[in-house]
Ligand binder design. Structure first.
Ligand code: AMP
Length: 420
């Protein structure tokens, strides 16, 4: 045993599980490609202010979960806790806002948050996300959700439902924030320190509270939907129209405000009842002000992030089976003297695009044991030409097989107690 261990909240991903991860990622790439998205890879390290400015000081992420440290020569640096702000930064930095819009980008990679580790919640976790920059139309929101829906269908999910809401445009939010502040003003004493802070910075975040007393208090609070402007209402209606037209299952959830400060208008989440306490699988929405908050022009945008770890936790079994790689053929040599010949045979398999494992010096018994366990075919080189005699289960006829044929017969379900 080693005395070196994983950092708390991180995981090693090992084969064969990594093959499932790759297959999920390949599926994402191909589905997103159908909608014209291309991959972006941004650094894992960013300047801390990027997240403070965009994700928001009132959020748990910025308030307590970021891995932040001082680099002797740089300003404060942070391991990215999410990837929308980095993508928006990269978009501006590369001057893509000056080119043809929209720009369609997707990313796949690790994110870091110092949360309390538990099932489905890690400190290094992985997201598959897409960002559509420079699209104001509500049909863009609808199309993004169609893409997400198509991806999940490709993986074999059929039960999932989108939770949908609107947090309104800037004007709706300003009006609602004022109303919420007025409503909560007589109750500030009974609010938690977190909520009191949010009352100043972003009162909408208080709606996210898990505190039972605050939940009770909020029952009588003004409703965001009563403060939506005409434009925000129309936008939301169009998004719903698209989902209805394509039969995407969704439910409007007025409680849904999403944890990050930068959202405007459409917000959505997908939860899975198979995930337990950490049930959020996907989160996303529109962020019309993020790019201008970073000092750029106004570029209405939207996107989503899928939690890949959780996605794979609840992945339908049929996709797993399809994604599992076939075992390579075992090219087995009786001993070293014919090793070169055997290597030639193994390379011949690979020339034809077939996977092969080379094994030198295995006994007949070892070849059988190993290949039956791995359910792999065998090409046996240099073993004595003895034949294995077996009975065909259907016809009862006697079959005389070579070592390779015998193993293949066993792998296909033949039963024999005689292991040579
Ligand atoms: P968020 O950026 O918080 O909206 O997260 C988007 C998705 O990432 C969530 O719906 C989760 O599936 C996933 N996610 C967020 N935090 C974690 C975490 N600590 N561990 C695993 N998955 C996470």
């Amino acid at each position: 045993m080693t005395k070196y261990h994983l950092v708390k909240g991180t995981r090693d991903l090992l084969p064969p599980e990594t093959a499932i991860w790759s297959a999920v990622e390949e599926t994402a790439k191909s589905v997103f490609g159908l909608y014209g998205y291309q991959e972006i890879r941004t650094p894992i390290l960013e300047h801390t202010e990027l997240f403070v400015r965009t994700v928001g000081e009132s959020t748990d992420i910025v308030g307590k979960e970021m891995y932040t440290f001082d680099d002797p020569k740089e300003r404060s640096l942070t391991l990215r806790p999410e990837n929308t702000a980095p993508v928006a930064r990269a978009f501006l930095e590369a001057g893509l806002h000056a080119g043809p819009l929209p720009v369609k980008l997707y990313y796949i990679g690790p994110q870091f948050r110092r949360e309390k580790p538990q099932k489905g919640r890690y400190r290094q976790f992985h997201q598959i996300g897409a960002e559509l920059l420079g699209a104001a139309s509500a049909y863009a929101d609808g199309e993004l959700l169609l893409m997400l829906n198509r991806f999940l269908r490709e993986l074999g999910f059929s039960e999932l439902e989108v939770l949908l809401n609107t947090v309104g445009d800037a004007a709706s939010r300003a009006a609602y924030s004022t109303a919420l502040r007025e409503f909560l003003a007589p109750h500030t004493e009974s609010l938690s320190a977190d909520s009191r802070r949010r009352l100043d910075v972003n009162p909408l975040r208080i709606l996210d509270t898990k505190n039972p007393l605050e939940r009770e208090l909020l029952k009588g609070s003004p409703a965001l939907k009563d403060y939506l402007t005409e434009g925000a209402r129309a936008h939301f209606a169009t998004v719903r129209e698209v989902l209805d037209r394509f039969g995407v299952r969704y439910r409007v959830s007025e409680q849904l405000v999403r944890g990050l400060d930068y959202y405007t208008d459409t917000v959505f989440e997908i939860v899975s009842k198979d995930l337990g306490a950490q049930d959020a699988l996907v989160g996303g929405g529109r962020y019309d002000q993020l790019v201008s908050d970073l000092g750029g022009p106004r570029v209405p945008s939207l996107g989503f992030a899928i939690g890949e770890d959780r996605l794979i936790d609840v992945l339908p079994a049929a996709f797993r089976v399809k994604a599992a790689p076939e075992a390579p053929t075992l090219v087995a040599a009786r001993d070293e003297t014919i090793a070169l010949d055997t290597l030639v045979q193994a390379e011949r398999h690979r020339d034809q695009g077939l996977a092969a494992d080379l094994a030198i010096g295995l006994s007949k018994k070892a070849v059988i044991k190993r290949s039956v366990r791995a359910r792999q075919g065998v090409t046996a080189v240099g073993y004595p030409p003895e034949e294995f005699v077996v009975k065909d289960a259907k016809t009862g006829a006697e079959l005389r097989l070579s070592l390779g044929e015998y193993v293949n017969w066993l792998v296909k379900g033949g039963k024999d107690t005689d292991e040579g």
